[in-house]
Write a protein that binds this ligand. Structure first.
Ligand SMILES: N=CN[C@@H](CCC(=O)O)C(=O)O
Ligand SMILES: [Zn+2]
Length: 423
């Protein structure tokens, strides 16, 4: 593999000294911006980041042996990290989009047998090959938007066999596709119709049957639950998350999305890695999350698509919660792969700054999936996941919204997107 020498970028967003912990408060608003910046990549790793003058001093005699990329007028950032997706699923739900535009709510549709139930039916019917193919195509789209690492949940099986199939597909994709995939078991995504009258029996099934088998398989690293009125109560969610912990699965939680339901409080109580959504989180829950260092994974695309008010991102950062951003890519509440658009919504709908949203989609997003030491930062010695954007500075990335500015993506030292197209 030839070295890659990215030269003369108008801005390189370089790693900062101490990135062992998630960024909070003022630190979220700080970027290490290098003008006329260059990056030397060798054997898949970032060797050096600095000004072009600095790098020429060190590597000038070796320029001939490298693939040189002229990044004049462009912005160089770490590969983006998406810490919350429902990547592996079958089918689409545009019919529900139409129903919602005509006044039905997300929960009404779900309670009438659509929503997550509809995607569960489609996913159960799909073969492993079909799931793989559909998800592979979505990953290509992520890559074209500068995303090099995604978290992927199960949750459309509602039985061990299909949940494991989803995780298996995610595991194969991780091996085959350039995008890195981190896997989460979400057996408690919805209560299957046959357990409607006895939701505790389904919770028992998740705890006694599914979690041990999933943990044994090594196919998941996290355990997630949809804690929401009409889905799983905080008590049931707590049991599920504690059971996962006992098997080494780190807790995550879909919290306070539709109604305030003490999900943020529960996240702090069980020491969750992250609490996600948080549109209706209470002040006390936010305070508890800050105290416990629980990452708030905010999904403003979901609020936008459900026509709901966004989470209070500004308030959470000011209260000391480390914040990350994600697409929530799923067929019902956020069918998008555009993390750059989500970053723009972070600015316009949640009062975050362009620097904060970039940190939220890189450094903090990596921490939200326990990859803070390997992804989300252009730091020397790390795997070279690098994006070159067709904008001269990081502010334009948010300012010229709704445009895919991704020009080049380098994954583990290999160019995988060039001129905005897959290589
Ligand atoms: N709210 C729960 N789960 C997903 C949506 C899943 C679906 O509608 O298919 C979410 O995070 O938004
Ligand atoms: Zn979700």
């Amino acid at each position: 593999m030839k070295p890659i020498f990215i030269r003369h970028a108008s801005q390189v967003i370089a790693g900062q000294k101490d990135q062992g912990d998630p960024l909070t408060q003022e630190a979220m608003n700080v970027l290490n911006v290098i003008e006329d910046g260059s990056v030397w990549i060798e054997e898949g790793v970032i060797k050096r980041v600095g000004t072009d003058t600095q790098l020429v001093e060190e590597f000038g005699s070796r320029v001939e042996e490298a693939d040189v990329i002229d990044a004049r007028g462009k912005l160089v950032t770490p590969g983006l990290v998406d810490p919350h997706t429902h990547l592996v699923h079958a089918g689409t739900r545009e019919n529900e989009f139409d129903m919602r535009l005509n006044g039905k709510t997300y929960m009404e549709i779900m309670n009438a047998g659509g929503g997550i139930h509809a995607t569960t039916r489609a996913t159960r019917e799909a073969t492993e090959e079909e799931l793989y193919k559909e998800s592979y195509e979505r990953l290509n789209q992520f890559l074209l938007h500068g995303v090099t690492t995604v978290e992927a949940k199960s949750g459309y099986g509602m039985n061990l066999e299909v949940e494991m199939r989803q995780l298996q597909v995610a595991s194969e994709l991780h091996k085959d596709h350039p995008v890195d995939i981190v896997r989460t078991f979400m057996g408690a995504h919805v209560v299957p119709p046959e357990y409607k009258e006895d939701t505790d029996a389904f919770v028992d099934l998740v705890i006694d049957h599914m979690i041990p088998k999933v943990a044994e398989s090594g196919l998941a690293e996290f355990n997630d639950v949809f804690c929401e009125r009409g889905v799983f109560t905080p008590e049931q969610s707590k049991r599920i998350l504690e059971a996962g912990k006992a098997y080494g699965l780190h807790p995550k939680i879909h919290a306070d999305e539709i109604e305030p339901y003490k999900g943020a409080e529960l996240a702090a109580e069980v020491g969750a890695i992250s609490a996600d959504h948080l549109l209706r989180a209470s002040d006390e829950g936010v305070r508890m999350m800050a105290e416990r260092g629980v990452m708030g994974v905010l999904l403003p695309g979901t609020a936008f698509f459900l026509m709901a008010d966004s989470a209070n991102g500004r308030g959470m950062i000011d209260a000391g919660v480390p914040v990350a951003l994600s697409t929530d890519c799923n067929p019902g509440s956020s069918p998008t792969v555009s993390l750059p658009l989500i970053m723009n919504l972070g600015c316009l709908k949640m009062g975050m700054t362009p620097a904060e949203v970039l940190n939220a989609a890189t450094v903090n997003a990596a921490h939200a999936i326990r990859r803070g030491n390997v992804a989300g930062s252009l730091s020397e010695g790390r795997k070279a996941d690098v994006v070159i954007h067709n904008t001269p500075n990081f502010m334009q990335l948010q300012y010229r919204y709704g445009v895919n500015h991704t020009d080049t993506v380098i994954k583990a030292g290999k160019v995988v997107v060039k001129g905005g197209a897959l290589v």
